[in-house]
Ligand binder design. Structure first.
Ligand code: UN1
Length: 480
């Protein structure tokens, strides 16, 4: 499949062409243009918000069964087409074909999950402190949501923001990430094919101007953003200025502690998955490997061997185990951090070299850097690439202190056979998600997702928690 797609914005159920042209490239072979896109701006955002506002009343008043049916049908269509859309995803984002198809199936499951949640929205009934008075609480839709999504999960994240928003009666304007608009468009097209009324979901393609116009728009009631900490801070400020509700999912510098009593094979496989799969481009990636002295050298030797033998290549080649970085800029960030870590005293034991293959793509060698210090830049700043560092520790206490000693707190993991350490880790880790004998990345879709400290802000995403952001509670008192 090498044809170039021609994308449009989606406004009020119609495809709307743009004036300024843009494109997305195949990071495995940048000679290939995956899609040509319009680049929207404030004018398209105005039209999209107006369409979402017009659609809001009827959609909010529709039977939950109507909303459930659309999500269910879209989930079925997406699951049926997961191979084709997963291939498009891998071609546009660069994760392997297995990862691209897996993510598409995950997005389909998310749509199905929220098809069920649409029917389960419930409130409470309480006796008042005043005799004869009853109180009911209802969850009601909020209005128009602006969704700003990243390129690293170009279909799953749009799905997990759009699905709860519309399941509970809201309408949406989404700006997909610049490098991956075609994958997002596939989802929007399927929702419409499944019978979504015009204007319930609108999409404006473009760059930061589109994001800023959404955040500043007076008729957007809430904003959900996944992306970098820096951009997220600006989104929060803009939303708060006009009292819009806001939810931010940002970076991580996720620790994986490996204790002396760990099963070595398990520890190596968990670290390999957490640090390098999806080219390390996950905010949940295990980027700090905190390893106890007694297992350290065996762990590093075994992991280095596996990292060095990972097959890096074209995302669509079935033998590829790790695809390229999504863009040239992302590739260069990885290179920069490898240099920063090495100049800070770290020792590169796998990867670390510039990589060029027979195709022009943004390939990076998966890289393991050992003997780094906890306060080095490599252990405090998010790389968002296939680069992991190890920190040697004497005991559990030192491991906990280092694990919690960064500004981020998204996901944290431990590999151990000690129940005591596992339980204590779960209790004391300052992270929104903890993993015992599992990779820090790779989460379920039906449970809450989010972090602490600078990783997240606002209510959790996904699972039963999604209703906290995408509905508002009304408290009704009545006496007879
Ligand atoms: C996962 O680890 O399965 O952008 C999901 C990210 C996260 C999603 C991670 N918001 O990487």
């Amino acid at each position: 499949m090498t044809d170039t797609l021609e994308l449009s914005h989606w406004i009020g159920g119609e495809k709307v062409a743009g004036t300024r042209p843009g494109e997305s490239l195949n990071p495995s072979d940048i000679r290939e243009v995956v899609a040509r896109t319009p680049q929207g701006g404030a004018a398209e955002v105005d039209q999209a918000v107006a369409a979402a506002r017009a659609a809001f009343g009827p959609w909010a008043d529709a039977s939950p069964e109507v909303r459930s049916d659309v999500l269910d049908r879209a989930g079925t269509l997406l699951m049926e087409r997961r191979e084709v859309i997963g291939r498009l995803l891998s071609r546009e984002e660069g994760k392997t074909l297995a990862e691209g198809i897996g993510e598409t199936a995950r997005a389909a499951r998310i749509l199905k999950f929220f098809a069920g949640e649409a029917l389960r929205l419930h409130g409470q009934n309480l006796a008042s402190t005043r005799p004869g008075v009853e109180i009911q609480t209802y969850r009601q839709p909020v209005g128009v949501f602006g969704l700003i999504t990243p390129w690293n999960f170009p279909i799953a994240i749009p799905a997990w923001k759009i699905a709860p928003a519309i399941a509970f009666g809201n309408t949406v304007v989404i700006k997909p990430a610049g490098p991956t608009p075609a994958t997002a468009e596939a989802l929007i097209a399927i929702l419409h094919e499944a019978g979504l009324p015009k204007g319930v979901v609108n999409m404006v393609i473009g760059d930061g101007d589109v994001g800023r116009a959404i955040v500043a728009h007076p008729d957007v009631d809430g904003i959900s953003f996944t992306g970098s900490q820096k951009v997220g801070a600006g989104v929060a400020e803009g939303a708060m200025k006009r009292q819009a509700r806001v939810q931010l999912e940002m970076g991580g510098k996720n620790p994986l502690i490996v204790m002396d009593d760990a099963d070595l094979d398990r520890a190596v496989n968990v670290a390999l998955d957490g640090s390098f799969f999806a080219t390390g481009q996950r905010c949940t990636a295990s980027s700090r490997l905190i390893v106890q002295d007694g297992i350290h050298d065996r762990f590093v030797a075994a992991l280095a061997e596996k990292v060095a033998s990972l097959r890096v290549g074209d995302a669509l080649d079935p033998s590829t185990q790790m695809g390229p970085a999504v863009t040239e800029a992302q590739r260069d960030v990885s290179y920069d951090y490898i240099d920063i870590a090495a100049s800070g005293g770290g020792r590169v034991v796998a990867g670390g070299q510039r990589l060029s293959l027979d195709k022009p793509g943004w390939y990076v060698q998966p890289t393991l850097i050992v003997d780094t210090l906890p306060d080095a830049r490599i252990n405090n700043e998010e790389v968002f690439g296939p680069v992991a560092s190890t920190i040697r520790v004497a005991d559990f206490e030192e491991a906990m202190t280092i694990a919690n000693g960064v500004e981020f707190g998204l996901s944290a993991g431990i590999v151990t056979q000690s129940l005591k350490h596992a339980r204590e880790f779960q209790r004391r880790a300052r992270a929104g998600m903890t993993m015992v004998n599992l990779a820090t990345a790779g989460v379920d879709y039906h449970v809450p997702f989010g972090g602490t400290k600078k990783s997240s802000y606002g209510p959790r995403e996904q699972g039963f928690a999604a209703a906290d952001f995408y509905t508002q509670i009304k408290t009704s008192y009545s006496a007879s």
